[in-house]
Design a protein around this ligand. Structure first.
Ligand code: ZN
Length: 91
């Protein structure tokens, strides 16, 4: 547990799910919810079906991909969030 980073921690209070494999990415990106791209300075919120997101980007990305079902949970758990301009998750 101590070796895990903030974003892979999965205690009872956390609603985040880390998307680790391409199969998981395919599954989550076809569901209703939010995919968050996290790097060292910000977290960018996308709707799961945003056209910006695709398998090739996922495979080549150095960012962490997180899955949330509710916008409230994202704001409770992540700092320095920004919305994707293409999919406008808060609309
Ligand atoms: Zn987007």
């Amino acid at each position: 547990m101590f070796n895990e980073t903030l974003y892979t921690m999965n205690d009872n209070s956390s609603k985040r799910t880390k998307i680790k494999t391409l199969d998981e990415f395919k599954r989550y990106s076809s569901c209703e919810g939010y995919i968050i791209l996290v790097n060292y300075r910000e977290a960018i919120i996308h709707k799961s079906k945003c056209s910006y997101l695709n398998e090739k980007k996922f495979e080549n990305s150095k960012k962490e991909y997180l899955w949330f079902t509710e916008l409230d949970e994202i704001e409770n758990e992540l700092e320095n969030t920004r919305s994707c301009r293409a999919c406008n998750p808060f609309d």
